[in-house]
Design a protein around this ligand. Structure first.
Ligand code: HEC
Ligand code: HEC
Length: 90
């Protein structure tokens, strides 16, 4: 086997690898959950948080969204460090 045969083999291998990685990424994206988390509501309570810096706004959230507050987080709520990271403003 001369070197040009080796080169061809390598090229084929890289092509297969390329396709496999591409397919892997597509499958990963297809399986990822859609971004469907409820957005920060536009209402009297929440309107002011749209114009605030995110980290600043997040300091207020748990004053109402706590177990004894106006609207506790639902049971099984995911870890809640950065509210606005998941509950997007639009
Ligand atoms: C003054 C109390 C109060 C504060 C502060 C507050 N909320 Fe709320 N939140 C409520 C109440 C009451 C509701 C339910 C009625 C409504 O949708 O406004 C609610 C509803 C929500 C909902 C659900 C909306 C829906 O469609 O079901 C989300 C998400 C939310 N708040 C996120 C936040 C985030 C994030 C912050 C901080 C930036 C925040 N809230 C600060 C009282 C508050
Ligand atoms: C890791 C992502 C994530 C973070 C961070 C997060 N949440 Fe949630 N939250 C969710 C998901 C998912 C739900 C379930 C309802 C849904 O699918 O939107 C939810 C539900 C809620 C609900 C109830 C909505 C309803 O209609 O019943 C409120 C209120 C809420 N979150 C407030 C908050 C607050 C306040 C914070 C910050 C202290 C916070 N969340 C942080 C993902 C998140």
């Amino acid at each position: 086997m001369d070197t040009s045969d080796n080169k061809k083999k390598n090229t084929l291998l890289y092509n297969i690898l390329f396709v496999a990685v591409g397919a892997g990424i597509l499958i990963f994206l297809a399986l990822a959950p859609p971004e469907s988390t409820v957005k920060l509501p536009h209402d009297e309570i929440h309107e002011k948080f749209f114009s605030m810096h995110k980290k600043e706004a997040e300091k207020f959230c748990t004053s109402c969204h706590n177990p004894d507050g106006d609207k506790p987080l639902p049971e099984g709520h995911p870890p809640k460090y950065r509210c606005l990271f998941c509950h997007k403003r639009k």
